[in-house]
Design a protein around this ligand. Structure first.
Ligand code: RVP
Length: 493
């Protein structure tokens, strides 16, 4: 062997933080989890995340619903590339065209009978209908207060609708705050949005505006659209990248379990040369050398981790890999050296095997700028899989991109692998992202507060960590007490 490192590689689980000095200035409400998403030539803070988590580019994790909800909560999803270019681009388009609070309305025509509208209302489950003419011009609106399904059944829509002249409407509005301002002045519960020709575009409901206020960290581009990421592979990027760019992807990631390769170099160089405005994450690598390589190829962020993923068997199959903590430490050292040399701050993304909030916290303390998680998000309502019941538990399926299930798509097109690098299993359903993520984030903030820091950059500089022994990890868990039904009152994320 050319080199043998005799220190064992470490996982995140083996580290604990030593507290710093906590003051009023570092209380939880003063902590920002904002972080750099990718280095941009125009200025390093240009592309940001409001929370330091992104979802893995996996079939069982990141679809449209995840893309929308995670960006609304301040993070970002990476849509998977183990699908056709058209499908991936369509998913990106759906996320980019989503406008919180702006509903694409189901409309009716003035000559329809109220009885028929009532039937539609019953089957669709909503009861507000804008009324338009054949040219899609707004004629009025029919709300639940304007008709009774039985009493008015024989009347025409035009006889019960509130006519256009009596309505407050927004013209070409795409900003929810502006819509809210108009709604507040009106007596309506819904605001129709039209274009200059008075053609109907959207509806904005009061209840949706209120709901929107629950998402203060929403991650938006300069046109107020949600941000989204997309994965590309090293085979068809020449066709895939143009389609994803056209669909509106904000950032790309090259999906590979081993990014230290000529294939990754070719992909990164091609993307940087032809789409320099579109930042791309290179990866995965686990050494300082790998970091330098990817950055020289044009990566604007670098993803770290090999073999640690919950569904990943790369280490067992190929004997390659490294504990995530050791990989982060090595790469972050090189990142910092690179920053001193060039002034370019390249974010480091920790990926694979991050189980709960304390893992995120330790990864950040070691110098990662954000983390990518698969299993964590696969458990949520918004992941693209169906819930199933397995021995009294509600579960969701979760499979690796290197599993036979996901490989089916790739091997039909690109290559036949003789072995798999991932498995297929189930994770316990956790509920909605909105009901889980805030708890995870508040635990991260609580750790940062204990360490006396208020930003992730400060955390990088000031965190003090220690390797703990297996026995001290045991000491840190519940021990020496009897718990009747083993229902500990804390739960892992
Ligand atoms: P986890 O969060 O522990 O579930 O890990 C997710 C990560 O595992 C992904 O972001 C990816 O890097 C890696 N992965 C995905 N598929 C496979 C595989 O099949 N081996 N590994």
């Amino acid at each position: 062997a050319k080199k043998i490192i005799n220190e064992p590689s470490r996982t995140l689980m083996e580290y604990r933080l030593l507290p710093g000095y906590t003051t009023d200035e570092t209380s939880i409400d003063k902590i920002s989890l904002e972080t750099t998403l990718a280095w941009t030539p125009e200025g390093e803070q240009e592309l940001k995340l409001n929370i330091p988590v992104v979802s893995a580019a996996m079939q069982s994790v990141s679809g449209v619903e995840m893309g929308i909800e995670l960006a609304r909560l301040g993070g970002l999803a990476f849509i998977f590339c183990s699908q056709t270019i058209e499908n991936e681009a369509a998913m990106i388009r759906d996320i980019k065209s989503y406008k919180a609070g702006f509903v694409d309305p189901f409309y009716v025509h003035p000559d329809m009978l109220i009885g028929d509208v009532f039937e539609i209302s019953k089957s669709k489950g909503f009861n507000t209908f804008p009324v338009v003419d054949v040219n899609h011009k707004l004629l009025g609106i029919l709300t639940k207060n304007d008709y009774s399904g039985t009493h008015h059944a024989h009347l025409k829509v035009s006889e019960r609708m509130i006519p256009r002249e009596q309505l407050v409407v927004g013209v070409n509005i795409s900003d929810i705050k502006e819509a809210n301002k108009l709604l507040r002045e009106s007596h309506q519960s819904v605001l129709p949005i039209v274009n200059e020709e008075d053609q109907l575009k959207n509806l904005v409901f009061r209840k949706d505006v209120r709901n929107h206020m629950n998402y203060p960290l929403e991650l938006l581009d300069d046109r107020k659209r949600l941000l989204t990421g997309a994965a590309v592979n090293t085979h068809d990027y020449r066709e895939r990248v143009p389609a994803l760019e056209e669909a509106g992807a904000d950032i790309l990631t090259v999906d590979s379990s081993d990014g230290f390769s000529i294939y990754q170099k070719q992909a990164l160089e091609w993307i940087s040369a032809n789409y320099s405005h579109l930042p791309v994450i290179g990866g995965n690598i686990i050494t300082g050398k790998g970091f330098r390589f990817l950055v020289d190829c044009g990566a604007r962020a670098v993803k770290v981790g090999m073999g640690g993923g919950s569904i990943c068997i790369t280490q067992e199959q190929k004997g390659t890999g490294r504990g995530l903590a050791s990989a982060i430490i090595d790469v972050v050292n090189e990142r910092n050296r690179y920053f001193e040399e060039t002034g370019k701050y390249i974010p480091v993304v920790a990926d694979g095997g991050i189980v709960d909030s304390k893992d995120v916290t330790i990864a950040l303390a070691l110098g990662a700028d954000y983390v990518m998680m698969g299993r964590y998000f696969a458990r949520m309502e918004e992941s693209p899989t169906e819930k199933i019941q397995l021995s009294n538990r509600i579960m969701k399926p979760y499979w690796g991109e290197g599993s036979a299930r996901a490989r089916e798509w790739k091997s039909a097109r690109y290559y036949q692998m003789k072995f798999v690098e991932g498995v297929e299993g189930f994770v316990q359903y956790a509920g909605k992202l909105r009901d889980n993520l805030p708890e995870t984030l508040s635990k991260i903030k609580a750790s940062m507060s204990s360490c006396g820091v208020t930003t992730i950059r400060e955390f990088h500089e000031q965190a003090e960590l220690e390797i703990v022994s297996a026995l001290s990890i045991r000491e840190g868990k519940v021990h020496d007490i009897y718990m009747p039904n083993d229902s500990s009152d804390y739960k892992s994320d």
